[in-house]
Design a protein around this ligand. Structure first.
Ligand SMILES: [Zn+2]
Length: 270
């Protein structure tokens, strides 16, 4: 298995580009082909709403092996983008790189620790551009903690199901320009068992169903907007010699991930 080429650090500038705003200060260059894919799908070449689903720990090899489980995702987000995680592939390190566009040596979260990130992020870039972002996460997880202290909304819920209910409510309210939604059940199950256990595979189904519910809500309530739907996971997974699921190593199973993008253009038929 070879390593993918495009690192997580190139997502922030891509999202900024398609929203027509300046990227976070330390972000690496955008992914041109992905930006073009998105731009081609709206009349303006831009999107004014972004819904990012951040489910934890979907390795590319899991996606390829259980590809049928991802059909509800592919249906709304058919552009599959292979990506390389950052070292070490641990949750807070990865999400810090995804939303700052910077390497761990630059954003300073280089191990499993969850301080408030001081570096400029996508959320700061959105606020500067006059847009309203929010984060909906399971309480006390990385996504809930490391982007705090910005002038934006945070919703901290007890677990994935409550997170999704809140996301559906906020999509219907149509108040935010950029919504990041974090789920963690697969990561929890695979650490307790292994990456292909019954519990882990059921969690993949739940991720897919949750994404589909949100995509349907976007179709229903965001008809006045050009929306980018994105599924952006943080790192992959492998099974350790002692049997449990694990991640954090610089190996293709932990580093190679697949992201999914789709555009739901403004409903011009109305
Ligand atoms: Zn993670």
């Amino acid at each position: 298995m070879e390593f993918n080429k495009i690192p997580l650090t190139r997502i922030a500038a891509t999202l900024a580009e398609v929203m027509g705003i300046s990227p976070p200060e330390s972000s690496e260059k955008r992914i041109d082909a992905l930006a073009e894919y998105i731009a081609k799908r709206t009349l303006t070449g831009k999107v004014d709403r972004v819904l990012v689903f951040n489910p934890d720990a979907i390795g590319q090899w899991i996606y390829e092996k259980y590809i049928e489980k991802f059909s509800p995702i592919i249906k709304y987000a058919p552009h599959v983008q292979p990506m390389l995680s950052v070292i070490p592939p641990k949750t807070p390190v990865c999400f810090a790189s995804i939303y700052s566009g910077a390497e761990p040596s630059v954003h300073k979260i280089d191990r499993y620790t969850k301080p408030v990130l001081k570096i400029d992020t996508m959320f700061d870039a959105l606020i500067r551009a006059g847009k309203k972002p929010c984060i909906i996460s399971v309480a006390n997880q990385s996504m809930d903690k490391i982007f705090k202290e910005r002038d934006m909304a945070y919703y901290s819920l007890s677990y994935d199901g409550e997170v999704i209910e809140k996301a559906l409510e906020l999509i219907e309210r149509d108040e935010y320009d950029f919504i990041a939604v974090y789920n963690q059940e697969y990561d929890d199950c695979m650490h307790r068992t292994h990456p292909q256990s019954k519990c882990s595979l059921a969690a993949l189904d739940h991720y897919a169903a949750n994404f589909e519910r949100m995509a349907k809500a976007v179709m229903q309530y965001w008809g006045e907007h050009d929306t980018l739907l994105a599924l952006i996971t943080d790192h992959g997974v492998h099974r350790e010699w002692f049997g449990l699921g694990q991640h954090g190593k610089n190996i293709p199973k932990d580093m190679n991930i697949a992201h999914f993008y789709g555009v739901i253009p403004k409903n011009i038929a109305k």
